[in-house]
Design a protein around this ligand. Structure first.
Ligand code: ATP
Length: 361
C-alpha cells in the first residue's frame, strides 16, 4: 500500500458535544458519525449555529467530546493534545506571527521540529513557490494583502506535511473575486498534495466547488453526506434542498411507485419523478423543482402561469410566476435577446422532471 492510502483517514463515531449545564445546556454536536477517506476533501456546511465549527474543533483537539470516539488511521486520538496531533489548521484570521517575516512564518513549525537549516530552506522554498509567494520572503504580514496573508497561512500549514488539514472559514475575510481565485488554488494544491482536508463554511458555493463530499449539518446533526451533485440533485431532506441552491416545493400525491421512480400529479400533469427511498404510495409528498428546471413560453397550454416579477440580470432572467396560488421561482439562464416576459403577462409553464426530485412531506 502506498504511504498516501495509509494516512489521514478520519472516523467520527457517535460524537456528541454538550456545552453548559441544566437549562443552559446546548447540544452543539449531536451523535455525529462520519468517515473521511485518506486524501478526501470534505466540507462541513450549514447555517450559523449548526455545530460545524465545534465539530472541527473536536477534530483539532481544542474541544473534547462529551461522548463518542475520534479515530485517525484507526487510532483513538482522544487523549492526544492538539499540538501533538498530526494536523494543521488554517484560520479565518490568518493567525500569522506579526513580528516574523514570510519565510520565518512558514519555517516556524519546522524549526520546532529541529530540522537542519538546509532542510528548512528547501522545504520552505518549495511551498513558497507553490503558493506564488516567491519574492515576498522578507516582508512582514502587515506589508501583505489579505490574499497574500492567507497564502502564507496555507503555506505554513502545508509545509508541515500534516495528515489532516483543517480549514475554519479561511476565505471569509477576502473579497468575492479573490475568494473565487483562492478556492481554485486551495483545490489545486490539495489535489496535488493529496492531504485529507476538512473545511468549514456556511457558503454553499465554496462547499460545492471545493469538495469531494459535502456534509450538510443542522442543529448539531448531519442531514446528508454526499458529493456536490448528490446533495444538489438528490437532497435527502427539504432542509438540504432549500439550503443548497434554491428550490420550489409543490405538494402532490404519490399515485404509483416503480423502484426509485414515483408517478405524481403536478398541476394536473402526471409525471414520473426520481424519489427519496422513504416515499410510499398514497402519501403526500413534495416535488422539489429547481428554478432552472422550469421553462416558460408564450404558447398556450394547459399550464398557464402569471408572471408576477421579472428581473433582468444580464446572463439570466429571474421570474416569480403564480400558478394555482403557488408562487414559483424561475431562472432562465439562456435568455433569448429581446425575449423577456413582462410582469403581468400570461405564460405557458413546463418543467423538466429529470431535474426534479420527490421528497416526503
Ligand atoms: P457559525 O457559523 O456561526 O460559527 P457553527 O455552525 O460553527 O456556527 P458552532 O460554533 O459549532 O456553530 O456552535 C454550535 C452551537 O454551540 C451554538 O448554539 C453555539 O452557541 C454553541 N456553542 C459553541 N461553542 C460554545 C461554548 N464554548 N459554550 C457554549 N455554547 C457554545
Amino acid at each position: 500500500m502506498s504511504e498516501q492510502t495509509e494516512t489521514g483517514a478520519l472516523r467520527l463515531e457517535n460524537v456528541t458535544k454538550i456545552f453548559g449545564q441544566g437549562s443552559n445546556q446546548v447540544r452543539a454536536v449531536d451523535d455525529v458519525s462520519l468517515t473521511i477517506q485518506s486524501g478526501e476533501f470534505v466540507t462541513l456546511l450549514g447555517p450559523s449555529g449548526c455545530g460545524k465549527t465545534t465539530t472541527l474543533r473536536l477534530i483539532a483537539g481544542f474541544e473534547f467530546p462529551t461522548s463518542g470516539r475520534l479515530l485517525l488511521d484507526e487510532k483513538d486520538i482522544a487523549n492526544v493534545p492538539p499540538n501533538l496531533r498530526p494536523m494543521a489548521m488554517v484560520f479565518q484570521s490568518y493567525a500569522l506571527f506579526p513580528h516574523l517575516n514570510v519565510f520565518e512564518n512558514v519555517a516556524y513549525g519546522l524549526r520546532l521540529r529541529k530540522m537542519s537549516e538546509a532542510e528548512i530552506k528547501e522545504a520552505v522554498n518549495i511551498v513558497l513557490h507553490m503558493m506564488n509567494l516567491v519574492g515576498l520572503e522578507r516582508r512582514n504580514p502587515n506589508q501583505l494583502s489579505g490574499g497574500q496573508q492567507q497564502r502564507v497561512a496555507l503555506a505554513r500549514a502545508m509545509v508541515m506535511k500534516p495528515k489532516l488539514l483543517l480549514f475554519d472559514e479561511p476565505l471569509s475575510n477576502l473579497d468575492a473575486k479573490l475568494r473565487t481565485q483562492m478556492r481554485i488554488e486551495i483545490r489545486r494544491l490539495q489535489q496535488r498534495m493529496g492531504i485529507t482536508s476538512v473545511y468549514v463554511t456556511h457558503d454553499q458555493m465554496e462547499a460545492m466547488s471545493l469538495s469531494d463530499r459535502v456534509v450538510v449539518m443542522n442543529h448539531g446533526k448531519i442531514e446528508q453526506v454526499g458529493t456536490p451533485e448528490e446533495i444538489y440533485q438528490r437532497p435527502a431532506t427539504m432542509f438540504v434542498a432549500d439550503f443548497i441552491g434554491r428550490a420550489n416545493f409543490v405538494e402532490t400525491d404519490v399515485l404509483a411507485l416503480d423502484g426509485r421512480l414515483a408517478i405524481v400529479d403536478v398541476y394536473g400533469q402526471k409525471v414520473e419523478l426520481a424519489c427519496s427511498p422513504e416515499i410510499r404510495v398514497g402519501q403526500k409528498a413534495y416535488a422539489m423543482i429547481r428554478p432552472e428546471a422550469i421553462n416558460l413560453s408564450s404558447r398556450t397550454s394547459d399550464y398557464m402561469a402569471d408572471v408576477k416579477t421579472a428581473v433582468y440580470l444580464g446572463n439570466s432572467v429571474e421570474y416569480e410566476v403564480e400558478i394555482e396560488q403557488n408562487l414559483l421561482k424561475v431562472v432562465d439562464y439562456d435568455p433569448t435577446p429581446g425575449v423577456m416576459f413582462r410582469e403581468g403577462s400570461f405564460v405557458s409553464m413546463t418543467f423538466d422532471p429529470e431535474r426534479s426530485y420527490l421528497l416526503p412531506k
